[in-house]
Design a protein around this ligand. Structure first.
Ligand code: AMP
Length: 387
């Protein structure tokens, strides 16, 4: 491939996409491919295995969805594509991308994840679908019941591989891949590349091309970050103070625990601010409804836990607030990936109590840059005894 530079403009037409897909891209309102799309689409069309080092928000979903759809056009109706994702939300989002970009081609997609009844998925799988987007656990349930035939599989996508390994899915992934045909095209996407992900890539990819967006561990560049030093017991008051600011039209707040999320929601409600919690204690229907309401702009404030942090496609978010400092520095980068999406700006604020100073330092070392501090009089360490 010709080396490309950042300022070189490439259009979707130049990437070799079929007219049906170019029409879908136009319908989506995309003017130009993002860097990962520019680099990955021609390689996937050529049949290469690929390792994409890109976080959510870079346009990575379309980078694999579009060329795979192109390769499916006119083929037999068999299950030819499997996408594995860490969470239900990401599976739903990837499925929505396939459906969206496939609007002018005849391709069927089914999402397969837990928390909803098996039987409708079983019926759909048995009737034959082109693309299966699945979380590993539920897919294994179906494989054990022999609901899926992977004999015709041509494409395997491991999406957010680092997160799948973090969540302990390695044994499930191995059991699934063992049932796939060895001659296939495999694409692996990951926001970070720890040794475990490299090992997974070595095991399952053949002569992969590595496509990297930005530097390793680089947070999305359009995001403005800031750290608010604040004693733990003043966090909820500071949150209310910030949310009263009208510029915050949609805000995604992250807490460490489910109880933390519920506490923040009830505190906000007491202050007259409506907020919705999104975490694993909620049923699938409740999570989907909360996400939909947020996307439609009906809910302005969503309070989520770690489990929900990846795979939420919430374009148009104006702010992310880390109510608790993320436990893993990588999570900070992932969360910031929620804003800073293609051609959007967003602000990311992190509340740091005294016991979280060391974690913020670790994050800064990983980013390779300090995060500016914003001291709010009355809420910072100076005005209240340290917690
Ligand atoms: P992803 O990184 O796949 O989660 O995508 C991030 C967001 O960028 C999604 O909301 C996409 O709809 C959007 N997007 C993807 N490709 C483009 C593009 N070429 N131009 C503008 N927005 C895009």
């Amino acid at each position: 491939m010709e080396p490309t530079t950042e300022d070189q403009v490439t259009t979707f037409e130049e990437l070799g996409l079929a007219p049906e897909l170019l029409a879908a891209v136009r319908d989506a309102g995309y003017a130009l491919p993002t860097p990962i799309q520019r680099d990955a689409i021609p390689l996937v069309l050529k049949g290469r295995d690929l390792m994409g080092l890109a976080q959510t928000g870079t346009g990575k979903t379309a980078a694999f969805t579009l060329p795979i759809l192109q390769r499916l056009i006119g083929g037999p109706r068999r299950t030819r594509v499997l996408v594995l994702t860490p969470t239900r939300e990401l599976a739903a989002q990837v499925e929505a991308s396939f459906v969206n970009y496939a609007k002018h081609v005849d391709v069927d997609v089914i999402p397969v994840y837990g928390g909803v009844p098996l039987e409708p998925q079983e019926r759909a799988l048995r009737s034959g679908v082109d693309v299966v987007v699945a979380t590993p656990g539920r897919l294994l349930d179906h494989l054990e019941r022999q609901n899926i035939d992977f004999d015709a599989l041509e494409f395997l996508v491991l999406d957010e591989a680092d997160r799948m390994l973090d969540m302990g899915f390695a044994p499930q992934i191995n059991r699934i891949v063992a049932q796939l045909p060895p001659y296939r095209q495999t694409l692996l996407f990951s926001a970070t590349m720890p040794a475990e992900v490299e090992a997974l890539a070595r095991k399952y990819l053949r002569k992969p091309v590595v496509v990297q967006v930005g530097r390793r561990s680089e947070a999305a560049s359009t995001v403005t970050h800031a750290v608010y030093p604040v004693p733990r017991e003043r966090k909820s008051a500071l949150l209310v103070e910030l949310l009263r600011n009208d510029l915050m039209d949609s805000v995604l707040i992250f807490t460490r625990t489910k109880h933390g999320a519920d506490r923040v929601v009830s505190h906000l409600e007491r202050a007259g601010i409506q907020a919705t919690a999104l975490h694993a204690d909620k049923t699938q229907a409740q999570r989907t409804r909360a996400l939909e309401a947020f996307k439609l702009g009906e809910a302005r404030i969503l309070v989520a836990t770690d489990i929900a942090q990846r795979g939420l496609d919430v374009s148009g978010i104006s702010h992310v607030i880390n109510y608790d400092v993320p436990q893993q520095p990588e999570d900070y980068v992932h969360r910031i990936g929620r804003t800073g999406r293609a051609a959007q700006t967003g602000d990311a604020f992190t509340f740091m109590s005294t016991d979280e100073i060391a974690m913020v330092r670790t994050i800064e070392r990983m980013l390779g840059q300090p995060i500016p501090r914003i001291s709010v009089p009355g809420y910072d360490f100076g005005t209240v005894a340290a917690d």
